[in-house]
Design a protein around this ligand. Sequence first.
Ligand code: CA
Length: 221
Amino acid sequence: MRILVVEDEHRIANLIKKGLEQESYAVDVAYNGDDGYDLASTEEYDTIILDLMLPGLDGIKITENLRKEKIHTPILILTAKGQIQDKVKGLDSGADDYLTKPFSFEELLARVRALMRRPKTAVTENLVASDLTLNSKTFEVKRGGKSIELSSKEFSLLEYLMRNKSRILTKDQIISHVWDYDADILPNTIEVYIKNLRNKVDVGFKKKLINTVRGFGYKIE
Ligand code: CA
């Protein structure tokens, strides 16, 4: 799952990024409104965390523009304490939720999870594909009841495949959802990750769940 953070206070932005990455999200950061809007309107994100007071385009304007362009990525706005009118304006402009600064990271995480649960994909914590299960909250992965140890990127990759069960995902889609925008990832790298994932998930089992669709990409069934 990939998140965009638009926040001009570097310290806050970097804390959010670090915390979310520890939870296995891929995170991009924009430190001003114009960059934030550019990324939000051209890249695919699962959630946007958006500060309201920004140099360049402000958070309200960004939200309005995105909604006008029919981009419905869930938006969590960050507001300074006491600016009730900002919250109202933010929600009116099309944001989905707000959080007042200062906030605890735990609360931010809970809001982000709730927002990701909301959209059309009906995000669930327990994903199932045949006898393979993945819990996105506890990070537990099991096949046939036996625990599987994954690295954080392997986990993100498997989660993305399982959330899109039976759908073919191209390498580009995988790169843009599992890695940060500025990560230097080559399509070959995906092959390596898929191979490692197969070694852990499919080897020793009769039914192979991770399938290569030649010329297109990968899918899990
Ligand atoms: Ca600000």
